[in-house]
Design a protein around this ligand. Sequence first.
Ligand SMILES: [Zn+2]
Length: 480
Amino acid sequence: MARTFERRECYVNCAEHLLNRENVNIMFEQASQQWSREEWKAFFRQIFAFGYTDFSVWIPPTLADPGTRRTNATKTINMMIECAHEEGLKFQAMLSVNTFGGEWYFACPNDPKDKARILECWRYYARSLKDVDYWGLFPGDPGGCNRNGCTHITFLELSLEICAIIKEYQPNSIVNFGTWGTPYSGWGGDMRHTENWDGTWAMLTDPSNHNPAIPCHIWNGTKTRAKQCIEDTIRYLPRFPKDTMFSINVGFNPMSELQEGYDGAALAREVAKTHKVATWDYFASEGELICYPHWRVNRYQRKRVQDMDNAPYFGAICYTMTPKMSQLMLYCGAQLMIDPDQDIDVLVGNFSELVFGDRKIGGLMEAFEIVPTWSGYEPRRQFTKKELLAMFAELKTRLIKSQGFVPKLPIFPSVDEYRETLLWHVEHFTELLGENPDRERIEQEYYDRHYAIYKEIPEAADERTREAAKQYADIGKNIS
Ligand SMILES: [Zn+2]
């Protein structure tokens, strides 16, 4: 019998900083890349067929404050909920508990004005979104606070208040309480100290304010703090609604790896005695920053096996910021939640046979997993340039040959568009691995193709698109 994760969540992160050609826009009513009801239905039909039980979306900070934008987006999200239910999926709405606006302001629960803003936001959504199955309470990243004496206890107390609001308006929906961070991202000692911090992202991340020895504004909690957080979480458990689910990774670190002193698995085992627990392993399936067709099947399998070896998990997630390009990882993610111990070479073969009528395409796509980014890069093997070029040449031939095959899985937006996207990257990876690639031209082509939407909307607070284009154009530089 397979050790199956019963709750299999597909998480599309479409926040301000992760918009790109392959993602969806739910925030900006005047801008492109919004999906119609039919498109949402087709996407949900696809992920249900892949094996998911739940869909999850982050309601980004841009939609936290009152106004026309929030009102319009609420209609969109309610439409998404209806479509998800019609296609057999449960729906999770996730919010950072205290982050506001596209500029990412971290509201302080110990400041009465900020506190009112936080409660208004939660009350609004609890009242306005209909039939939400799960509410994800996310501590931060962005979000959290260490001003005015805020600690992880502030987050626990605030979350209990938010739980009460949710249960008041939607007694049947379930709170999914997130522990992301060391734990509790951004709360108290997890957040880097900034002298006279005003709560803005800009000041928090301004290098001139910081000791360079502390490179990141979050992930700074000590082992002593982690131990205290674990004890306090267990102490607070009885105060949460009985049906609350807890998202707890096996390790309290960005990549959710087992780590002495940051033992999420111990907490997960303890909480699992009375509540459902899920792993929220964000970087298992895909990284952030560069958009390309990821092949992290080996990594995803290792992570799910690690979860099941360490705690009786009920749920897991598969994240993407490129839902229109990540069909292979989305399929493999769901299937590895159903059976984490299966043969992954057979699995990727099954995928491409169902989609393209060709068992070899799925395996050849491993050639894309050569982009050494910070967020979860874990290649199964090192290919030489010669091997990669041969793989891309064969992939191209096989993709072209597959034209006309009617897929046996529903593919969103369509198998033709998926093939076209793969071929675009095959062409560019091939040039980047070849003799004298025109990296400047490729950087611009990548930028123009993926980030056209930022001509219509403000650049995100963390301004990562230029960096992503530069890194895409660097592909192949370190391969011989
Ligand atoms: Zn505070």
